[in-house]
Ligand binder design. Structure first.
Ligand code: PMT
Length: 397
């Protein structure tokens, strides 16, 4: 939801400034307009030209020696921004900002702004924890500035401790959360994601290609839009978004139980997971051997519960969105599932198309409800998640 947002990125002179072009790039990829103000010290680490190129805008450093237009530059920059983000924020800049010192372009813009300000500190542990810096950060927090945390790691000075600036993706996520309208607040979402796995013996299991990306994108966007989110996920290798309630499951029966725990109290259930439809009938406590008598030539399977169908039949006021992964007759099969599982809407992807379905960062889907079929263009899973949530919101109202 960063499309069209104006972000003023302030870069202070810490070693973490080498990551700041990454923030600039990610913001622009997400549709934001970016302008950059650097301190003189920051230019010792990264050149203004880097930011000029990444932001496609003039990079501001000096107060007096550049005349780009007839505006008073620090005032027009401060008025232009929807948010000012300082990353990295050094102890020096934090100290100046907290104490009302405006002696360069960055601190003057800060002084002249009324928009939200977020700072991402990046410094040595002792400097971070020093009494002066802690006091200055508290002053800023009390004034409404959003002060992000830091990570604990081996730092540039070889000390191990806190003070490492957050990663660009984490900072951009925080900016996105802050600027996104909370139009789903008060609504409880249960979202399933990822595959399920069905063990065969202590070593082996059956599963599918779901990465969890689609379900996690939905959970992330719903949370940013203010919903209370329970994310029920099968095993994945990607980092879960920050939600209210993250429930890890393994098998389809685990997922069935977990959905049962939260369904009644929910407003919306979104079934983006790809649960295994079958499981091995007999689980072997010992590893199945591939020699002589123990050879595995065939597998006897039994059916798993159909989670969506079960809770679809039970629904009262809940709205249910299903997914379908199809490789042929996609409209026909999807409409059949919409009816059978009592969905209000189904999102169907043709998994044979490049850029759609399992594991990709994009998806190509058709969204079918009781009135119409809409074929959507290829888009990122995050944009698709917001599109689905917009439709859910319309159906709820
Ligand atoms: O995780 P990604 O890599 O990002 O991939 C996303 C995705 C392709 C997994 C996702 O977009 C998707 O299509 N999910 C549904 C996959 C699937 O199981 O489709 P299906 O046609 O078999 O099932 C239809 C619906 O019933 C789904 O909402 C499914 O969650 C649900 N179902 C299926 C089987 C079962 N036993 N219980 C269920 O609730």
């Amino acid at each position: 939801m960063l499309k069209g947002k104006k972000v003023l990125l302030g870069v202070a002179g810490g070693i973490a400034s080498y990551k700041s072009p990454g923030i600039c790039s990610l913001l622009r990829k997400n549709g934001a307009e970016v302008k950059v103000v650097m301190t003189n010290n920051a230019t010792e680490f990264v050149t203004p030209l880097t930011f000029q190129t990444m932001s496609n805008n003039v990079c501001h450093v000096e107060m007096f020696n550049q005349l780009f237009n007839m505006d008073v530059e620090h005032i027009s920059l401060a008025k232009w921004a929807d948010i000012i983000v300082i990353a990295p924020a050094t102890a020096n800049v934090i100290g100046k900002f907290a104490n009302g010192i405006a002696d360069d372009m960055l601190t003057t813009v800060l002084m002249a702004s009324r928009c939200p300000v977020m700072i991402a500190p990046g410094m040595n542990t002792v400097m971070l924890e020093s009494e002066a810096n802690q006091k200055n950060m508290k002053t800023l927090k009390d004034r409404g500035v959003i002060v992000l945390g830091t990570a604990t790691d081996v730092l540039a000075c070889n000390d191990y401790g806190s003070g490492k600036m957050l990663e660009p993706s984490e900072i951009v996520d925080e900016i996105d959360s802050l600027l996104t309208e909370k139009d789903l607040s008060g609504k409880k979402f249960v979202i399933t994601a990822g595959p399920t796995i069905e063990p065969l013996d202590p070593v082996r299991y059956l599963t599918n290609h779901s990465s969890g990306k689609m379900g996690y994108a939905l959970a992330n966007c719903a949370k940013k839009r203010g919903a209370h989110v329970t994310l029920i996920s099968g095993p994945t290798s990607i980092t879960p978004p920050k939600v209210d309630n993250f429930v890890n499951v393994k098998t389809t029966r685990d997922m069935f139980d977990a959905v049962g725990e939260y369904f009644e109290d929910s407003d919306v259930l979104i079934k983006a997971a790809a649960p295994a439809d079958y499981r091995p009938k007999n689980y072997s406590e010992e590893k199945i051997k591939k020699t002589a008598k123990g050879d595995l030539n065939s597998l006897e399977m039994e059916k798993n519960p159909d989670i969506a169908r079960h809770y679809g039949a039970m629904k009262k006021n809940q709205l249910i969105v299903g997914f379908a992964a199809e490789s042929n007759n996609i409209y026909e099969y999807a409409k059949e599932k919409l009816e059978k599982k009592n969905f209000d809407m189904i999102v169907v992807n043709n998994i044979k198309k490049e850029g759609a379905g399992f594991g990709t960062d994009t998806n190509i889907v058709s969204i079918i409800d009781r009135e119409k079929v809409d074929d959507l263009e290829i888009m990122s899973k995050s944009d698709l998640a917001n599109e689905i949530l917009d439709r859910v919101k319309r159906l709820m109202s």
